[in-house]
Design a protein around this ligand. Structure first.
Ligand SMILES: [Fe+2]
Ligand SMILES: [Fe+2]
Length: 316
């Protein structure tokens, strides 16, 4: 079907016509297929006539170029496509697609530099698959955090790559466990707890990944007080980039939306990070609060201190 569509569109592509796709199904998968066919823009089939004309005008250069939301959406779709390739390769034992990873990292970093975090999160929530949702969420948070911390472009690329790959070992954990609704048994927890080592071994076996990425994949569940896993190492052996990823990973797991439990509001999730005390880097947690709560605190006029604490939870 895709090949037929590609062949039908080929003569128009040669004439340089931009393609606008109207989709009945706006899922990331369908948007990826539209992009693969060369879509310059993708809209839902029920888009109103004025909006449709605006978009066509923009595509023909009659109006100024597409708005920031469309650009962000394209970046999101590129990042989703990268995760699809990555998780498929990791699950089937193929070499990890280095080019797709780097495309996804670039898309996420550009989105983090231009857009507010809320717009990125809104798109993450529309994604139906929990593993993609978690990867896109943590990567977006890490990219925004690194941007706020003033990392240069090369360092941002590196730490975002580490975030993209941090849970790659989960691709080898049975889906029945990963998708289980509700709490895991002790044995199931032990199986999930192997994902840092599995991911690390996969990257080492393939070769070519930076020490920072390897370190983050192996150590993102370690805690500064030595209570984490898999090795139980402490603050002296946990680098700053790993600390950044751990904070984003825990926060991401808390605010994730799942069918079997409500998502935690940002203020409450941040209070959990604060309640973790010496397990996390307090200075980094404070800066992280500015990023994730800045807008909402200003909007609601709330203070962090007023938020209830629900106790710490296991990160994904
Ligand atoms: Fe993890
Ligand atoms: Fe994670």
């Amino acid at each position: 079907m895709i090949q037929l569509a590609r062949a039908a569109l080929a003569p128009h592509r040669r004439q340089g016509a931009p393609f606008l796709f109207l989709l009945r199904d706006m899922s990331p998968r369908c948007q990826m297929q539209a992009n693969a066919l060369g879509a310059k823009a993708v809209l839902p089939v029920g888009t109103s006539q004025p909006d449709l004309l605006d978009r066509v005008g923009a595509m023909l250069g009659l109006l100024r170029e597409a708005g920031p939301e469309a650009v962000l959406q394209q970046r999101f779709v590129r990042a989703s496509a990268a995760f699809a390739d990555l998780l498929e390769a990791a699950g089937s034992g193929d070499a990890l697609p280095v080019q797709a990873i780097s495309d996804g990292v670039e898309a996420i970093n550009r989105a983090a530099a231009d857009a507010d975090l809320d717009s990125w999160l809104e798109m993450v929530w529309r994604h139906d698959d929990a593993t993609y949702q978690h990867c896109l969420l943590v990567s977006g948070l890490v990219a925004a955090f690194a941007h706020r911390l003033g990392f240069n472009e090369a360092d941002r690329r590196l730490i975002t790559s580490a975030a993209v790959l941090h849970d790659v070992g989960k691709a080898r954990i049975p889906l029945a466990i990963l998708r289980k609704a509700g709490p895991l048994t002790q044995e199931e927890r032990a199986v999930v707890g192997r994902h840092p080592q599995i991911g690390y071994d996969m990257l080492v076996a393939q070769g070519g990944f930076s020490p920072l990425v390897l370190d983050a994949v192996l150590s993102h569940h370690e805690m500064l007080d030595g209570s984490g896993y898999p090795r139980g190492i402490g603050a002296d052996r946990i680098s700053d980039p790993v600390r950044v990823i751990t904070i984003c990973d825990i926060y991401g797991a808390l605010i994730e939306r799942r069918s079997y439990r409500p998502s935690m509001p940002p203020e409450e999730a941040f209070a959990v990070l604060i309640a973790m005390g010496d397990k996390l880097d307090r200075d980094l947690v404070r800066v992280f609060g500015d990023i994730v709560l800045g807008a909402s605190v200003a909007r609601l006029g709330k203070t962090i201190a007023a938020s209830p604490v629900r106790g710490s939870e296991r990160a994904a």
